[in-house]
Design a binder for this molecule. Structure first.
Ligand SMILES: Cc1cc2nc3c(=O)[nH]c(=O)nc-3n(C[C@H](O)[C@H](O)[C@H](O)COP(=O)(O)OP(=O)(O)OC[C@H]3O[C@@H](n4cnc5c(N)ncnc54)[C@H](O)[C@@H]3O)c2cc1C
Ligand code: FES
Length: 352
């Protein structure tokens, strides 16, 4: 373990975790194993902190934990049986022993966050903010379209996951779409005063929601700010030589016309698409008032799934946005015979 000293147990601590190298730390009631390890100053590997990436995985050799989500998507049943858990999504229920050699064998330690400056904040729908930042130094290896980073305003906004809303340009200029929630700490911070010039921290690129095969037809399905990683992937496909650009359909689910913010970002992408290769955008509005001038699809997206997938039965599918939308779409595609390995999904879960 990279921490040389053993932290003292904190007041109110419920249980002690001991690593096989002898390091121990306390876990307070309500803390996840990862929160407690980080609070104790340990460099525990981690990424998303919501149970998606597997970076924080470790093997419990004695003691009891309570899983806050199903680990089955990330950890195989054999490894679950061996005691593997996701530290970011479990509460500790007894004194615990964790195999630290295993913990650090297969996992890269978290790379340092990079300081950045806010360069633009703009409301683009009643619920979505455009946030642009400039990194003090670009990510050393850039990022892949579809990945995300954790944004943090130290001491004010804890680290939250946000997808890069555009392909990597390598210049350290980043764009994000931020959905506002009542009490949402990042949204409140961004809108409280003019934040241009304010400082924040951006993690290394994270996540495996990336283009699998650039040559295959692609069906993208985005809800709300789920458009961000989709836009990044489309920009990447648009930069391919025209002969290599695949047929694409993008379905965007939103409440009503006020929440349609995709055209400003997607139109420039369409203009770069090869003549003759289909690229199609379909919006589905769930709460568009009647009457209105909207001539597109109305209702919930799942009412239109057969239409939305026709012609793309052999495509790779990329689903992104609110978990309910992603789950429903994934279930439908699986029932239609899409192979599981042709479906990629990124669920925008709340941070914990
Ligand atoms: C891999 C990944 C990528 C993501 N990318 C984006 C992105 O590009 N754009 C984006 O807007 N969000 C994205 N999210 C979701 C975002 O990280 C969370 O919504 C985050 O909690 C928002 O932080 P906040 O400070 O605004 O609100 P918080 O202070 O975290 O939350 C305030 C309140 O809103 C509720 N809440 C927060 N997020 C959600 C949610 N997603 N669904 C329902 N209720 C919620 C909380 O439970 C809480 O009650 C992503 C999440 C993941 C896991
Ligand atoms: S940090 Fe725990 S799964 Fe990503």
């Amino acid at each position: 373990m990279s921490s040389s000293s053993t932290p003292k147990p904190r007041r109110g601590a419920a249980h002690t975790v001991t690593l096989s190298d002898g390091t121990s730390f306390a876990v307070a009631a309500g803390q996840t194993l990862l929160q407690a390890a980080l609070a104790a100053g340990l460099e525990w590997p981690n990424g998303c902190r919501v149970g998606l990436c597997g970076s924080c995985r470790c093997r419990v050799t004695a003691g009891k934990v309570r899983a806050l989500t199903d680990f089955g998507d990330v950890i195989s049943s054999q490894d679950l049986a061996q005691g593997d858990v996701l530290a970011c999504r479990c509460h500790v229920q007894s004194a615990l022993t964790v195999a630290s050699d295993y913990l650090f064998d297969g996992l890269a330690p978290d790379e340092a966050d990079i300081d950045a400056t806010v360069t633009r904040v703009e409301r683009i729908t009643p619920l979505v903010l455009l946030l642009e930042v400039r990194l003090d130094k670009p990510h050393p290896n850039g990022y892949n379209s579809g990945q995300y980073a954790r944004l943090e305003v130290p001491g004010v906004v804890p680290a939250r996951c946000f997808s890069f809303a555009g392909a990597c340009r390598g210049d350290g200029e980043l764009r994000f779409f931020v959905r506002e929630f009542p009490g949402g700490r990042l949204g409140e911070w961004l809108t409280a005063v003019d934040r241009v010039g304010a400082r924040l921290r951006v993690s290394r690129p994270l996540g495996h929601f990336v283009l699998r095969d650039r040559k295959r037809p692609a069906l993208f399905f985005a809800g709300g700010t789920g458009l961000a990683p989709v836009l990044a992937m489309l920009e990447e496909l648009a930069s391919l030589p025209s002969m290599e650009q695949p047929p694409v359909r993008v379905v965007f689910a939103a409440r009503d016309q006020q929440h349609l913010f995709h055209r400003d970002y997607l139109d420039p992408v369409v203009n770069r698409w090869a003549f003759g290769t289909p690229i199609e955008f379909v919006s589905v509005l769930s709460r568009e008032p009647r009457p209105s001038n909207w001539k597109g699809l109305r209702g919930y997206f799942y009412e239109h799934l057969p239409t939305l997938t026709t012609g793309f039965e052999q495509a790779d599918a990329y689903l992104c946005g609110p978990p309910g939308l992603v789950d429903a779409m994934q279930l439908y595609l699986l029932k239609q015979g899409f192979a599981k390995d042709r479906i990629s999904a990124d669920r925008f879960l709340p941070s914990f």
